[in-house]
Design a protein around this ligand. Structure first.
Ligand code: ZN
Length: 189
């Protein structure tokens, strides 16, 4: 064993031990994002637990400062152009709570499909989705909120045909581009 004090054999400060993320906090974060990547147009699995403000700075695991991302989106996190910055992550998180708190699984899938359609065809409001007959109840809140409509006339009677309204397009655009959903007013139920 050498005793070369000039290179600092013993660090003056021990690095802080990073504790494991508590199970209950992990569960809350997964539920918040529906067990998928929190980036609206991604939604991949598996996911990792991320600190919005870096762990090195905050040194704690807190719900408000954490979000789940897939490894690809995690790699895009940063402040350079084209990267996903902290402000965007906070907004994605706020919008997740709104969307996941109100809309069911089929509604969220429609929102996701439409968000991806809008990335390719930004002005589209005509995209029709064919749902199994009898699934109207599963998209009830989107319809009640004026974001989705049944197609009239429908191309055929074999399916329930729906499309997003102009308000629906605005909603989905804001959700997927991390703009605040604050001004969206939901119908009373
Ligand atoms: Zn992702």
């Amino acid at each position: 064993m050498t005793h070369d004090h000039s290179v600092g054999t013993y660090p003056r400060f021990m690095p802080a031990e990073r504790p494991a993320i508590p199970v209950e906090l992990r569960r809350r974060l997964l539920v918040e994002a529906g067990h998928r990547c929190a980036i609206p147009t991604c939604r991949q699995t598996p996911v990792e637990f991320e600190h919005i403000e870096e762990w090195a700075k905050v040194q704690e695991h807190s719900f408000d400062n954490m979000i789940v991302l897939c490894p690809t989106c995690h790699a895009r996190k940063g402040d350079r152009p084209g990267q996903i910055d902290r402000k965007s992550l906070r907004q994605y998180k706020a919008n997740l709570a709104t969307v996941n708190g109100r809309y069911g699984d089929l509604e969220q899938r429609l929102i996701w499909l439409y968000a991806n359609a809008l990335r390719r065809y930004p002005d589209d409001i005509g995209t029709m989705f064919n749902l199994p007959l009898g699934s109207a109840i599963q998209v009830l809140f989107l319809i009640q909120d004026g974001l989705l409509k049944q197609a009239d006339p429908a191309p055929n009677e074999a399916y329930l045909w729906v499309h997003f309204t102009e308000a629906g397009r605005d909603f989905v655009e804001r959700w997927s581009s991390a703009l605040p959903l604050d001004e969206v007013t939901f119908a009373e139920d």
